[in-house]
Design a protein around this ligand. Structure first.
Ligand code: SAH
Length: 363
């Protein structure tokens, strides 16, 4: 391999696949160093904190991997009240977080008007940036929420491969599901003036190195502002947990959902999308509770998402089992994450921490 190997914007899928398959610790050190350097140059040493509020675990979808999917009858469902959400948002302000993220299953009990009202109140009362992550909603809903003041929207496309996408997402109305359903929404979100976040899971059965390299290519093509990647973690009460999902790829092509592969994806994503905000995710912290957060931050990430959800609801937001921090209060999460960030010589971000485009203009 040539030394120019880590120089990024020209990196093609062949080179990405070589890195994803790389096993030499020395070469991987080179990858981590390059990603960390690009991270420092483009987004600096600040780690921005996004206070996550898991507002509802109702879901109408049947995604094969997710514990919230409608077919999971074991799960007790909840929906937070407007006042409970506002209380969490005020905590975010008090703790110095620049952003609140409202996330939920795809819950049409969260009506357009109700979410718009919650967004308006958070903006009026706290002035914080508001990110929504409420699944595939109509253009009208997304437009109304933008109008109400929402700044950003997160919707992972999960995989760019049409066959794999269809195998993990049942179709609707007689139409097979397609990554285009979500890729189109990401374009709509951009048109509406949102900062746009997406991402994928690493290690879905049937995901090959080539598919994963194309996912990373897709991040670049979509010019995403935020990119979340984490390991796929099997949930027993899901179709995939019961073995009804896609079969693992054969012939050494199957991507592992282990931490090393996730770090590689984070590092390559940083090299290819230098300005993006990239979280060190809870799923990563779940598979390495001691060091996952820190290693993500040292290999390309610059964001963490401390959980603000009231403890009584946390266990019920079980997208995958044994989630990190599930029994910690908002205050404990804040203390723990602040300590971890400072211990690796990084600083706490201030302000909303939006995407800074080259030349300094924020959008
Ligand atoms: N309903 C929203 C939020 C879903 S949860 C939406 O569809 O966007 C947010 C993310 O958690 C998902 O996009 C998925 O990438 C991730 N996730 C879900 N189940 C998971 C699992 N079993 N393992 C790892 N990540 C999972």
């Amino acid at each position: 391999m040539q030394p120019m190997y880590v120089s990024a914007p020209q990196m093609d899928t062949f080179t990405i696949v070589s890195w994803l398959r790389e096993t030499s610790p020395y070469r991987l050190q080179e990858l981590w160093r390059a990603a960390d350097k690009v991270r420092r140059t483009h987004v600096g040493d600040e780690v921005h904190l996004r206070g996550l509020i898991e507002i509802s675990n109702y879901c109408v979808r049947l995604c094969g991997y997710c514990g919230l999917q409608a077919g999971n009858r074991e799960l007790q469902r909840y929906r937070m009240s407007e006042d409970e959400i506002l209380e969490c948002a005020h905590k975010a302000l008090e703790y110095g977080y620049g952003t609140t993220v409202l996330q939920a299953g795809e819950d049409h009990g969260l009506t357009q008007e109700w979410i718009a009202q919650v967004v308006r109140r958070i903006k009026d009362e706290t002035g914080l940036a508001v990110t929504l992550s409420l699944g595939e909603r109509s253009y009208e809903d997304l437009a109304a929420w933008r109008e109400a003041g929402a700044d950003r929207y997160l919707l992972r496309f999960e995989t760019s491969d049409p066959a794999l996408y269809a195998a993990i997402h049942p179709g609707r109305g007689g139409k097979p599901a397609s990554p285009d359903d979500r890729l189109q929404l990401l374009s709509d979100l951009r048109t509406l003036g949102y900062e746009v976040g997406s991402g994928i899971m690493v290690g879905i059965p049937g995901q090959t190195y080539q598919i994963l390299a194309e996912d990373i290519e897709q991040f670049r093509k979509k010019d995403l502002d935020m990119i979340g990647v984490g390991p796929y973690i099997m949930h027993p009460n899901t179709p995939m947990g019961r073995g009804e999902g896609p079969a693992p790829a054969k012939g050494g092509q199957q991507v592992l959902g282990d931490e090393l592969t996730v770090y590689k994806v984070i590092a390559l994503t940083r090299l290819i999308c230098p300005e993006a905000n990239i979280p060190s995710t809870t799923a990563l912290a779940t598979i390495n509770k001691e060091r996952g957060r820190e290693l993500g931050l040292q290999r390309g990430a610059n964001i963490v998402m401390p959980n603000l959800t009231p403890v009584k609801y946390r266990e019920m937001y079980e997208i995958y089992p044994d989630k990190a921090c599930v029994n910690e209060t908002a205050e404990m999460c804040r203390g723990c994450l602040t300590g971890r960030i400072e211990a690796i010589g990084r600083t706490l971000g201030s302000g909303p921490g939006g995407r800074q485009r080259q030349g300094g203009a924020s959008q």
